[in-house]
Write a protein that binds this ligand. Structure first.
Ligand code: BGC
Length: 424
């Protein structure tokens, strides 16, 4: 590392407040394996599946989670975000599996035992198959069904400090109906795109599903506030929209429909989870497709480390000051030096936002491990590589690099930050 790199890293290390959370994130379906009672399992294995690759045994984290967590803790991280799986806890409607609740309680205990603050997500895209067959979020009693699950889940969450109710309601609302359509018919649906989620040209999120998800979230917040001491919020996919000249009013409308109306819901919450990867231009016709020159990462997304800074600033301004937790930020790349450069840029943009007064509580990298990217295995987001035959874990240099930032920031916290440290 040259002197200039050393200097910019030192600026990062001194920029984060005491108690800032440094961690990494995963979700159950993407890592556990054999999530056979879920709608996504059905989606992947149906004869008319739109996806080429299946989750299968995933990276076997259902069994290997102690090793996953230990690698994060050994590297110096202090937080782990993971999800608990509704389809395992309630495989049949109304029948809750206490062994699965105990399993997730063991995960929480393991994290705490290793010095990792658990951040638990209750719903990360997957639902039980029976819920999808009843129409998913479009079914009339969807909120009651979700609330019944959350009530059971809350029995193991009393001492969990951070709970995310629903992961990316805006993504759910724009993908809505896809798993249900596949579940309902064995025929190929011509409206289904055969590419992974990351590559889809996405429609505007559905208003109806947005209303239901908002209600489901609010019910979950009430249940969790009564049963736990946790800070409760949901996590919003930040698009990093940027207006092209002359397209400002389209930009405002698109940003509201895709993102801001979900952030408005977070005004009453304890925190808002911000999930950011890249940016996208808005032209007169709406979101503009990336050019091949912009597609610099394995998911075809532009390399924009500054996106997370834009995202937390937008969340802060729309919510009117709800504390922000970066619950996902990362890059799919085969080049770990590019990953480190991305995270370094992201931390600079966060440091600048914090220096400007935004209350950012932590940075959780997506992802702890390479995992199943909703339809394909190609994009590698992990700080830890996984051999999919042997499940052997190999930490990448980026894990040690992020751990060193966490360590140095903890050592330096409390030091006043006098000026913005935006990357120069
Ligand atoms: C999701 C993750 C996903 C990641 C990268 C987020 O939208 O929460 O499950 O793997 O983006 O595509």
């Amino acid at each position: 590392m040259n002197r200039r790199r050393d200097e910019t890293v030192t600026q990062i290390d001194g920029a984060f407040p005491e108690g800032f959370l440094w961690g990494a994130a995963t979700s159950a379906h993407q890592t556990e394996g054999e999530n056979t009672n879920s709608n996504w399992w059905h989606l992947e294995t149906a004869p008319n599946s739109p996806f080429a690759e299946r989750s299968g045994a995933a990276v076997d984290s259902y069994r290997r989670y102690p090793e996953d967590m230990r690698l994060l803790a050994d590297a110096g991280l202090d937080t782990y975000r993971f999800s608990i799986e509704w389809a395992r806890i309630e495989p049949t409607q109304g029948e809750f599996d206490t062994r699965e609740l105990e399993h997730y309680r063991s995960m929480i205990d393991t994290a705490i035992g290793l010095g990792l603050t658990p951040v638990v997500t209750l719903h990360h895209f997957t639902t039980p198959m029976w819920f999808a067959q009843r129409g998913g979020w479009a079914s009339p009693d969807a909120v009651d069904r979700f609330a019944a699950y959350v009530t059971q889940a809350s029995t193991i969450l009393a001492d969990v400090p951070w709970i995310c109710t629903i992961n990316e309601p805006n993504m759910i609302a724009l993908l809505t109906g896809m798993p249900e359509r596949v579940a309902a018919t064995e025929e190929q649906d011509a409206t289904l795109d055969s590419r992974p989620i990351a590559a889809l040209a996405l429609p505007t999120p559905s208003d109806d599903v947005t209303r239901v998800l908002t209600e489901a979230h609010r019910r979950a917040v009430d249940i969790l506030r009564a049963a736990t001491d946790a800070k409760v919020g949901w996590t919003v996919s930040a698009q990093g929209f940027e207006a092209e000249p002359g397209a400002e009013s389209v930009f405002t409308a698109v940003k509201w429909a895709w993102e801001d109306r979900y952030l408005e819901v977070s005004r009453d919450d304890d925190f808002v989870g911000v999930q950011s990867y890249t940016t996208r231009k808005i032209g007169l016709d709406g979101p503009v497709a990336y050019t091949s020159a912009e597609e610099q990462t394995m998911t075809g997304w532009p390399f924009r480390p500054d996106a997370v800074g834009l995202a937390v600033r937008n969340a802060w301004s729309v919510t009117g000051g709800t504390p922000v937790l970066v619950t996902e930020n990362g890059i799919a790349t085969a080049d770990d030096r590019q990953r480190i450069a991305y995270v370094e840029g992201a931390l600079h943009s966060l440091a600048a936002a914090i220096a400007d007064g935004i209350d950012v509580r932590g940075y959780l990298h997506w992802s702890a491990l390479d995992n199943y990217e909703w339809g394909e295995w190609g994009p590698t987001f992990g700080l830890i590589a996984v051999d999919r035959e042997t499940f052997e874990r190999t930490p990448r240099p980026s894990l040690a690099w992020l751990g060193a930032r966490a360590h140095a920031a903890r050592a330096a916290s409390g030091r006043p930050v006098l000026e913005s440290v935006e990357a120069s």
